[in-house]
Design a protein around this ligand. Structure first.
Ligand code: 5AD
Ligand code: SF4
Length: 442
């Protein structure tokens, strides 16, 4: 018999999504059942993000929303986990938004979730356990994957880069790499279980193995080994730090059978002066040289990026350097953000914080340019036949399937649900800013 139902509300990046998949696996393993109805769930787990202030606001407002529901049903357990709770001073804010939160659990010990929820349901106690030290990497945890045919695989945890705006090193700890044997065994097991596409995850996948004794354990080597696994159709990875992206890595991708010709390479800013203030440890010219090397080896590769506008001290001239870089690279897609001060980071204390209105104005101008490039890049696909991994039906019409090219383009086409999880050849008939549409030819 089920011990009760659980519901996950996950904010933030793919690491968080994957952590939720593991926590769901652990709960299912202990006899709980998933539900997609939040209001009916016995246990609601909120996996939080704190990369920008907005992410925190979303969590606090959800907790406020849940408050009435929990007061009406004291048996309901609300748990809060993830990056946000690793910050000092956040627990009182959580308690204020929702005094009935029963479990607060950090990023280094979330694998104890099922044990804690069992205890709370037995004794009705409140548990708050937030270790600040990184614990040993747990292997072979059960996972409840969102898709049967694609999967995330962690390769590193934490980050050592300390970009001056970023809170991640403080909430995720120092960089730790998994053993290559463990990673490859996990990939083989996933493939045996029907997975066709894997995404290697790390804050900076390029520095994979730097903390290991094994001289063979480095990112190009890991990719090369994964590329040999029979039955695996696609390998993706994120995120790459430009300071560590080597020619060897570019060559491995170009020469591989299954590594997608798609690189997410966050530039953050186009001005070398701002890049230095951000502690990114590369210049605009270095980034442009990397793009040239990628395009030389793989002319059709897609490039996407992250950009922050309004970093402290960013002048209009600095911002123009960002627009210039975007024009020169021509990104397929990009995530642009207004700089958000994060407590405890060096940039928060810098003078010359940019007014919100100015940040918004720069963000709007940048987004216009990014959209123009996205459309232009999509238009280059018109008439071409692309291979997509079909991942679901379109939200608005269940006769329309949605799939992704190896370059990460979303393609919509008519078909039926049986094709989900398979590879299909689709001829592109129309190109919009964010999607392609076409007809299946094979
Ligand atoms: N403000 C705005 N954007 C940020 N990012 C990280 N920290 C901040 C911040 N304080 C962005 C970066 C990173 C992405 C995941 O989030 O662009 O690459
Ligand atoms: Fe944050 Fe920089 Fe680490 Fe990325 S590389 S997680 S931006 S500190």
């Amino acid at each position: 018999m089920s011990k009760g139902s659980f519901y996950f509300q996950t904010y933030g990046c793919q690491m968080n999504e994957h952590d939720s998949e593991i926590m769901a696996g652990l709960l299912a393993d202990q006899g709980y059942t998933p539900t997609d109805q939040r209001d009916e769930a016995d246990v609601i787990i909120i996996n939080t993000c704190c990369i920008r202030e907005k992410a925190e606001h979303k969590v606090l407002s959800l907790l406020g929303e849940l408050r009435g529901q929990i007061e009406a049903d004291p048996n309901k357990v609300v748990a809060v986990c993830g990056c946000m709770v690793q910050q000092e001073d956040i627990v009182p804010k959580i308690r204020k938004a929702c005094p009935h939160v029963k479990l607060i659990i950090g990023t280094h010990n979330f694998h104890r979730i099922a044990e804690y929820i069992d205890r709370i349901r037995e004794t009705n106690e409140t548990i708050c356990d937030i270790p600040t030290e990184e614990l040993l990497i747990e292997e072979a945890l059960p996972t409840m994957r969102e898709y049967p045919f694609k999967a995330f695989v962690n390769i590193t945890y934490g980050c050592n880069n300390y970009c001056t705006y970023c809170i991640v090193p403080y909430v995720r700890g120092k960089e730790r790499s998994r053993d290559m044997v463990d990673i490859l065994n996990e990939v083989r097991a996933l493939v045996a279980d029907g997975v066709k596409e894997i995404t290697f995850l790390g804050q900076n996948v390029n520095s994979y193995g730097n903390d290991l004794d094994d001289p063979e354990a480095h990112f190009p080597g890991l990719l090369r080994a994964a590329d040999q696994i029979e039955g695996l159709e696609r390998i993706r990875f994120m995120t790459s730090h430009p300071k560590d992206l080597s020619q060897e890595l570019i060559d491995v991708i170009a020469d591989s059978r299954h590594i997608c010709h798609y690189i997410h390479l966050p530039v953050q800013a186009g001005s070398s002066r701002i890049l230095q203030r951000m502690n990114r440890r590369y210049t605009k010219d270095h980034y442009l040289a990397l793009v040239e090397a990628i395009r030389k080896a793989m002319p059709e590769a897609a490039l996407t990026t992250d950009i922050i506008v309004g970093f402290p001290g960013e002048t209009e001239e600095d911002f123009q350097e960002t627009l210039d870089l975007v024009e020169r690279v021509g990104f397929d897609n990009a995530f642009a953000f207004a700089y958000s001060p994060r407590a405890g980071t060096p940039a928060e204390k810098m003078t010359n914080q940019i007014p919100l209105e100015e940040k918004k104005d720069r963000l709007a101008r940048l987004n216009d340019l990014l959209a123009k490039w996205s459309l232009k890049k999509n238009q280059a696909y018109l008439g071409k036949t692309v291979k997509v991994l079909v991942d679901g039906v379109s939200k608005s019409n269940d006769r329309v399937l949605s799939g992704k090219t190896d370059t990460g383009k979303i393609v919509l086409f008519t078909g039926n649900e049986e094709a989900i999880g398979t590879l299909a050849d689709v001829q592109v008939e129309s190109a919009q800013t964010w999607i392609l549409k076409g007809k299946r030819v094979k």
